[in-house]
Design a protein around this ligand. Structure first.
Ligand SMILES: Cc1cc2nc3c(=O)[nH]c(=O)nc-3n(C[C@H](O)[C@H](O)[C@H](O)COP(=O)(O)O)c2cc1C
Length: 240
């Protein structure tokens, strides 16, 4: 399909055809495409739980309040943010760069390589380190003071970094849903859910957060609730 065709075809589908099963391998491939989404600092603080077992699907539907999309879904995907894994990702990046650039003396690295190491060894840790929210606030106030004199990155608090990882995961979500449309499948993103129960179902730790649950299947004609409704574009478009 042409890109525009895919964008136009994707709809939030609330009733899926019970007779049309999904090929798990295709859904997995769409999730792999999801991981190619742009993401903050390439930290990839995301995880994708592909739920196919009937028992788990039933529980998950219940935790999504048995809304139609969840109740009729053939499979579901839970998108999870893992801000808590930032140290692991930093180590992965450093190891990966050492493999790519080679292990040598600092002065033997190129300027670009040195910047990459500094970025992951210093800038990213300063951005993510928080110590129970206190350091985040100290950084935030410090940046705010500097911000009087020059432009500065201000996303320093725990809540700011949560936004960062959820933004990242939302971009992956859209990649996934468009890939599913291209594969002839349908989806419905859902935030209407009991995220605590879902975390328990998936055995997720405290630091993990549910970004959204995506119900998957093949649409029934009545599964699309009417025409697509959007505000007049002029109301949201501002040419500057
Ligand atoms: C973050 C997010 C959460 C959503 N949660 C739900 C939900 O819990 N249940 C539902 O039926 N639709 C949900 N939707 C779907 C929206 O209602 C839908 O995208 C919107 O009405 C526009 O329709 P369209 O996707 O068909 O273009 C959600 C969408 C997003 C992006």
């Amino acid at each position: 399909m042409e890109f525009k065709e895919v964008v136009l075809k994707r709809r939030s589908v609330r009733k899926f055809d019970p007779n049309k099963k999904l090929d798990s391998k295709i859904v997995r491939d769409c999730l792999e495409l999801a991981t190619l989404a742009p993401n903050s600092s390439n930290m990839q603080l995301w995880e994708f739980y592909h739920v196919t077992s009937p028992d788990k699907l039933k529980k998950l539907s219940n935790y999504c309040f048995d809304q139609n999309a969840a109740k009729t879904a053939q499979q579901m995907v839970v998108l999870v943010t893992r801000k808590d894994k930032w140290k692991t990702r930093v180590r992965w990046h450093v190891k990966m760069m050492e493999g790519k650039f080679g292990k040598k003396k600092w002065e033997d690295y190129s300027k670009r390589e040195r910047f990459a190491f500094t970025y992951y060894k210093k800038i990213v840790p300063v951005t993510y380190a928080d110590f129970g929210g206190i350091l985040g606030w100290i950084k935030y106030l410090f940046y705010w003071l500097i911000g009087f004199f020059r432009p500065i990155y201000r996303q320093a608090r725990h809540s700011d970094m949560r936004v960062v990882v959820h933004k990242t995961q939302a971009l992956a979500a859209q990649n996934f849903m468009l890939a599913m449309t291209d594969a002839g499948y349908d989806t419905c993103p859902m935030e209407g859910s009991d995220t605590l129960r879902i975390k328990k179902l998936l055995g997720l730790p405290f630091g993990a957060e549910i970004n959204m649950v995506i119900a998957c299947g093949v649409r029934l004609p009545e599964g699309v609730y009417g025409d697509r409704i959007r505000l007049p574009f002029e109301e949201v478009y501002h040419k500057v």
